[in-house]
Structures are given as C-alpha cells and as structure tokens.
Design a protein around this ligand. Sequence first.
Ligand code: SF4
Length: 367
Amino acid sequence: GMPALPPPTLAPRRKTRQIKVGSVLVGGDAPVSVQSMTTTPTNDVNKTLQQIAELTAAGCDIVRVACPRQEDADALAEIAQHSQIPVIADIHFQPGYVFAAIEAGCAAVRVNPGNIRKFDDQVKQIAQAAKDHGTSLRIGVNAGSLDKRLLEKYGKATPEALVESAVWEASLFEEHDFHDFKISVKHNDPVVMVQAYQMLAERGDWPLHLGVTEAGPAFQGTIKSSVAFGALLSQGIGDTIRVSLSAPPVEEVKVGLQILQSLNLRERKLEIVSCPSCGRAQVDVYTLAEQVTAGLEGMEVPLRVAVMGCVVNGPGEAREADLGVASGNGKGQIFVKGEVIKTVPESAIVETLIEEAMRIAETMETP
Ligand code: SF4
C-alpha cells in the first residue's frame, strides 16, 4: 500500500547545527529530545542509576545529574558508564569539575555563564578537553544566576539580558573554534522565556535547549512549560526540552513526551479521546476514562481509543478512532474503526476495550 504520510506539524524545524550528546543527536533534523534531571544525591551511585533507569523506562532521552561536590564528581564515571542514556553533568561553580566530568566520560557538560567569568582563562582548556573527548557542552543561561554586569546594565533578567549573556558566552567558546554546544536561556516567566528564545534563534544556528525554570508544582509547571514550549515549537524553535517540575522527574518526562506528541513532533502512542461528559452522559465518564487509561498504560502502538459518555457523539468520534465505546442504558456499544462490533453490559466495558485493544495492537506493526 501507500506509505503513510507523516502527520502535519505546525512549522518546519528551524535549521540548527547538529551536535552529539553521546548517542543522541540534538539539532538539525534530529527529533526533539526529552531530558530530565535526577533528584538523588549524585554520589549515591546506586540510587542515581536506579532513578536513571526509571527515567529511561519512561522515555527520557538524556539525563542530567548535578555535581555540586567532589564526591559527586568522583561518582560521574560509574554513572556515565552504567546509564543506558547519555549523562550530562551539571556544573555551576567549579571549573575543576568540568574537566572531571569530561574525563569521566559524560556525554556533555552544562556550564553556567553567570559563573564562567571566573574561569575565562580556562575556556580554552575546556574547549580543548571537550574536543579531545568528543564531549559537547550546554551553555545554560539562567535568570537566577545572570552575570552581574548584565543585571546592572538591564536592571533585571530581561530577554535582551539573557540573550546578550548567551551570545557572549558562545563567543568565548567559538573564539577557540569550539562549536559543539547548545544553549538555553531559562526564565521562570514563560513570556520572558519565549521572547528570549525567539531573539536567540535570530542570532545564530545553535541548537536550543528549552526550559522554563522553577516552573512550579506539577499542575502549574505543566501548563507553564506546555504553553511556552508550544509557542516556540510551533515556530520551529527548540531542539531538546526539559520540563522542570517540583515533582518526581518521571513526571517531567511524561509531560515532555506528551507536549511533543501533541504537536506531532513524536509519534502518538496511546491516545484516549474521552468526552468531558455532560448532562447527557449515562455513565461515569471520568472513572471509565481513568480505568481504560490505566488498563492500556504502556501500550507501544499508536492507538486512539474513544471513551464517550453517550451515543450522541459516540459513533461519530469512534469512527475517527481505532477503538471506542459509547455508553447508554447501562450498556456500552464497542466500536472498531467506526463499526459497532458488539454491545456489552456496562460492567464489561473496560475489559472488552482492553481485549480489543490488545487484538488491534497485535495486527499493528511496532515501529
Ligand atoms: Fe455529553 Fe455525550 Fe458528548 Fe459525552 S459524548 S460530552 S456525554 S454529548
């Protein structure tokens, strides 16, 4: 048959140069990758690797670990060696740890320009060490640690200030003919953040790492990040993303993947198309949708499952889905590709949907 066309996206990706973060390509035509950061003490190697394994299972592409102390720097080699996904060391103040992370085999190192001034003279050595080891860098500009000089010049962390900091910092490495880095200009205000990335995208072809910093607890942080990333990705801006939540990092990965799937930047996997329910509903749609979602969690095929509270829109929506149910009169009409295949009692809806989903999944090719 005809090969399926890729689903439409809102904009072509901006042309950025491509870098390597270990085995993951960032920028150019590489898929937008999802990152998160471990919350365990980095020097607790077992706990950190355990959390990295959980993140990997959740679909995380790249993981970052903080490196505030010597014992954390000492743990990097073992972590980098045993992690299934590339490890980025996050280093704020100590240039010595940058070298340690490079030597340890980290895929990349995140450096902070607000602090790099302290090791201006070491930029050349860092660039050389990174080149020698095939390590890439992230220049991570952050509103909270902006260079003093720029804070004085702009009064606060404006988009212009963040971008000036980033461009200046990039030039320090470019002077030494080092180009394997991506840039982030994070701010906790999505509006400032979006403006900063838009401006930065005009200034060069660096791959960009998107982040709203200190986005907040799960609900607020999810919305702030989704809105900001959506605004940028819909303009083709953004090569890798990290959702920051005051919540377990696996949640960050789930949100990140969902943002990309929503924009067709990732293949949609299981998608539950459930109605909000209304006065016509003849079944508890919230519970039904939750049970179906839980029952199908982890399915690796792109399956659209419609869960409809009544038969008014049920058949129509279900036609667009691979599988669906429309409830009424204590029964559920089960649809496959828009055809009613059976009607089951309400109590059997969930198990029937799961059964049918498994059957359909078997006939689908796993990518
Ligand atoms: Fe209301 Fe039925 Fe539409 Fe659900 S499918 S929102 S119950 S009309």
